[in-house]
Design a protein around this ligand. Structure first.
Ligand SMILES: Cc1ncc(COP(=O)(O)O)c(C=O)c1O
Length: 448
């Protein structure tokens, strides 16, 4: 690991993709499902911290972290040790049929870590989509209702229940016929792109609330049939959109008024990414159900549905998963939480605030940057052709994403025309500066 432990910044040595990477790309084109959405040909060999080495010995600075999974970077020695130790003891037995202390240890920890002075029950699965399936089934079972409200731009996963909630790209639904669940999508409180007309002095959040109460509840979703409202505290795949402070409180108020379950999907925004453990903690509300995945397993698949005890009252056999809550994944989760609380979450808050400031300075120099937004290290930069019309500029975004790859900076798009930064939360100031400089020169080159 000499190269990787010694360098903190990327180094590109070959044309991209290099020859060894190209061999894998050829195999991939032959054998792998064509549904995957790769933006550039990165073929990983190994990683350390925020760096990735590809098969040809090029190193990249990872500002995507495996889509917000590797919060502590790659191959964190303490995570590797926790996984190894657990694997030596036992790898699997199935919590569906047997008991092991790892399951209760993480459940107890999550009870402490999620606001709300009540006991929460925990159901384990293996992914974000499954964590949301667990939330849907909890809400339907507890309320005896079957309709849901979700938001335009939301991403909640691709299994059939979760797909009914997802509304970020038509490609995710095209060709799959009718949706499994009865879900009504309403506008998210996106201050930059908000489709509903407002009254004087009305906030976007109040407008969403009024739309629900005066339009949706009176026409297609009688509130007494509505099991749940599911929402991301910061919209992820939809473009890293941060809602105004009154949005989640408005939803909380509506849910309380109508006995609707408020479900917070923290799959992408959770685990310290925004500088707090859960993004909804920035908004001073207590949800009824929280769903978690991605970063919680330290890179090992783990999904968690955390629900108010009085809601998760299933009969025996109602819901379970063979692998859900696998002990190796839980060992990684417990270690991840410990390290996050030991300064890493604070680092996310500090470096995130620094990057937001610098990116806003850059925005002032380029009309193509319509908005810089984010919390902690969940940062979105939205591009437009024209600031007046706010016409999205996806081609520019895609060109910049590719250029950054060629310069050794790994990022992904989100929404129609946004670049997202979701680096490991352990990045240094030096790495943040490299990313900022590389990004600034790519914008200067392409945004003309
Ligand atoms: C907010 C959110 N929920 C759910 C999911 C689905 O997670 P998974 O891909 O693990 O099923 C994602 C994935 O990007 C997500 O961002």
């Amino acid at each position: 690991m000499q190269t990787l432990t010694k360098v903190n910044l990327p180094e590109i040595k070959t044309a991209l993709p290099g020859p060894k990477a190209q061999e894998i790309l050829d195999q991939d084109a032959k054998y792998i499902s064509p549904s995957y959405t790769r933006s550039y040909p990165l073929v990983m060999r190994r990683g350390y911290g925020a760096l990735i080495e590809d098969l040809d010995g090029n190193t990249f600075l990872d500002f995507n972290a495996g889509v917000a999974v590797c919060a502590l970077g790659h191959a964190h020695p303490e995570i590797v040790a926790a996984i190894t130790k657990q694997a030596q003891d036992f790898i699997h037995i199935s919590g569906t049929d047997y008991y092991y202390p790892q399951m209760t240890a993480l459940a107890e920890k999550l009870n402490e870590l999620t606001p709300g002075a009540f006991t929460k029950r925990v159901h384990y699965s293996n992914s974000g989509a499954e964590a949301n399936e667990g939330a849907l089934k909890t809400a339907i079972y507890a309320t005896g209702r079957h309709k849901f409200i979700a938001f335009r731009g939301a991403f909640h996963g691709r299994t059939f229940g979760a797909l009914s909630l997802t509304a970020s790209k038509a490609a995710q639904r095209r060709g799959f016929g009718p949706q499994a669940l009865d879900v009504t999508h309403v506008p998210y409180a996106n201050p930059m792109r908000f489709p509903l007309e407002r009254r004087a002095g009305e906030s976007v959040s109040q407008r969403v609330a009024r739309y629900l109460e005066e339009t949706i509840f009176k026409t297609t979703v009688p509130p007494e049939d509505c099991a749940g409202i599911i929402v991301e505290a910061v919209q992820g795949e939809g473009g890293y959109v941060v809602p105004p402070p009154d949005f989640l409180p408005e939803l909380r108020r509506i849910c309380d008024a109508h006995g609707i379950v408020l479900i917070l999907d923290e799959v992408q925004s959770g685990m310290g990414r925004t500088g707090k453990m859960w993004a909804y903690e920035h908004f001073d509300i207590v949800p009824d159900i929280v769903t978690m995945a991605k970063a919680i397993g330290g890179g090992i698949p783990l999904g968690v549905t955390v629900a108010r005890e009085d809601l998760m009252k299933w009969h025996v056999g109602a819901h379970a998963s063979t692998f859900g809550g696998n002990p190796v994944a839980i060992a990684a989760a417990l270690k991840t939480i410990e390290i996050l609380q030991n300064g890493v979450m604070d680092n996310a808050a500090q470096i995130g605030a620094y990057m937001l400031d610098k990116l806003r300075e850059l925005q002032a120099q380029h009309n193509a940057i319509a908005e810089v937004r984010g919390l902690g290290l969940m940062i979105g930069i939205e591009f437009v052709k024209d600031r007046e019309t706010q016409e999205p500029w996806p081609d520019l975004r895609d060109r910049i994403v590719y250029e950054l790859f060629e310069k050794g900076l790994i990022v992904q798009g989100a929404g129609e025309s946004t670049i997202r930064f979701s680096p490991p939360l352990i990045i240094t100031r030096e790495q943040a500066d490299f990313a900022l400089e590389t990004f600034a020169s790519a914008v200067a080159k392409h945004a003309k």
